[in-house]
Design a protein around this ligand. Sequence first.
Ligand SMILES: [Zn+2]
Length: 196
Amino acid sequence: MTTGAPDQQGTSWPPVAADHPALDLLNTIAQIDGNPVDSWICDEDVVRWLIRAGWYQAGAIAPAQMRGLLRVARALREIVRTLVSARKNGGKVDPEPLNDFLAKAPSHSELVCEEAGLRLARRRAIKTPEQLLAPVAESAAELLAGDDFTLIRKCEDGTCTMWFYDRTKSHRRRWCSMALCGNRHKVAAFRQRRQG
Ligand SMILES: [Zn+2]
């Protein structure tokens, strides 16, 4: 596998367009020119993704908390990928690896006083990579426990490995994103019609 997307400048890569954070997690590996490209090559890449995906605010993660994050994040990504694929294909789903992960990141409810009244918050320690990634793991667990998986699909492009949650009204979403696969197919279909 090659690492680092070719157009990785700026903050637009990897795309956060799956409409579900657990699927965005899977899409941090994308096929580019037929090769899987991992947009995470160091701990800082994972931190940047966590911030861009909205899990943490910029500056909220200290360097000491990042140590080993890449290895743990990649492991979580493959645990979730295996489970999502198994659930989608109707195969045997083994939740143990994800449960092991969740067990390393306990949290508790906390009642918080605010001007507008009381709010229920979740208090968690964020000292280890597992604890940093716990909200992502919990979101994946919620997705997997959902009763309808028909709206969770892979991009229709045969070479693309991206997943998405189809939240369109018509439920006819076909592509990971228009910018990536959608436009390419629109152009190809247009050419075919002209030639035909
Ligand atoms: Zn695609």
